[in-house]
Ligand binder design. Structure first.
Ligand code: CP
Ligand code: NVA
Length: 308
């Protein structure tokens, strides 16, 4: 396969709305098989390399368990335990690792790092979170929304909190799949339109007040005040984000059947009240589980294309 024929998944906009329709249907099929203990092993003898330059629980378990369930193998690397942490160029690492495996997932810092890896890789590369994007999480979140409420097209998603990797990815998804994001971030922590890679501002509205952002929303979602890599800003962020805590009062302004999502890990009492994340509108555990099902569909798609 030539480098130009490779399909990577570095940001949400790398796939089309049609690809997503396929992936959501395929993930539902794969999930049904998992739930009925039916084997689904199209990736026998394929190897996935997982490269973590930041911590992870869900991404690690979902990719590793998912690949084994599909009959494949997994190699785990971290910066500290590999030459990546001793300044081996990312381009050289890509050339070497991609000669030995069929697929690579990377969790790293700047998007340009994963982009450089992909440019020198012989195999598809998946973004398992960068400072700018978290496409696998939004894939799982939208799949979870569809499971509970049907199509997300035409709906409203309220984002309460940091203009971070999750916010950027929600905005890309809204542009591609035809829904609206109500965005409320503290001053100075907004989304950078250029970094988010948006075509226009037509699919989102900015609100100063988080409560106003939640009004009428079909889904309310948030994330930690301080993302990985930004720990030095923790104290300043605690002050700036104090009012960006998803509360029962905010949920009451959303649609009566609105869902609550959080990519996890969560900090109860900071970005969300315990009563909300542990309450009846929260679907965070389905959301976490669905990481595995959608990523199985994604890995199959990147390696084998559309099936049936
Ligand atoms: N949501 C998510 O990506 O979780 P981890 O950081 O545990 O992988
Ligand atoms: N925005 C968070 C997401 C963690 C899954 C972070 O980047 O740390």
């Amino acid at each position: 396969m030539t480098a130009s024929a490779l399909q990577h998944y570095l940001q949400f906009s790398d796939l089309t709305a049609d690809d997503y329709a396929y992936l959501f249907a395929r993930a539902a099929f794969i999930k049904r098989k998992f739930k009925t203990y039916e084997k689904h092993q199209p990736l026998q003898d394929r190897t996935l390399a997982l490269i973590f330059e930041k911590a992870s629980t869900r991404t690690r378990v979902s990719f590793e368990a998912g690949m084994y369930q599909m009959g494949g193998l997994v190699v785990n690397l971290t910066s500290q335990g590999s030459q990546l942490g001793r300044a081996e160029p990312i381009e050289d690492s890509a050339r070497v690792i991609s000669r030995m495996v069929d697929l690579v997932m990377i969790r790293t810092f700047e998007q340009h790092r994963i982009k450089r890896f992909a440019e020198h890789s012989r195999v598809p590369v998946i973004n398992g979170l960068t400072n700018e994007f978290h496409p696998c999480q939004i894939l799982a979140d939208i799949f979870t929304f569809i499971e509970h409420r049907g199509s997300i097209t035409g709906k409203t998603v309220a984002w309460v909190g940091d203009g971070n990797n999750m916010a950027n990815t929600w905005l890309q998804a809204a542009e591609l799949l035809g829904f609206t994001v109500h965005l409320s971030t503290p001053s100075g922590y907004g989304v950078d339109h250029a970094v988010a890679g948006l075509r226009s501002s037509a699919s989102y509205r900015v609100f100063t007040s988080p409560a106003d952002a939640c009004r009428g929303a079909h889904l309310v979602t948030t994330d930690v005040w301080t993302s990985m890599g930004y720990e030095a800003e923790n104290e300043a962020r605690k002050t700036a984000f104090a009012d960006w805590c998803v509360s029962e009062a905010m949920m009451a302004l959303a649609q009566p059947d609105a869902l609550f999502m959080h990519c996890l890990p969560a900090h109860r009492g900071e970005e969300v009240q315990a009563e909300v994340i542990d309450g009846p509108q929260s679907v965070v555990w389905d959301e976490a589980e669905n990481r595995m099902h959608v990523q199985k569909a994604l890995m199959e798609f990147l390696l084998l294309g559309r099936i049936a």
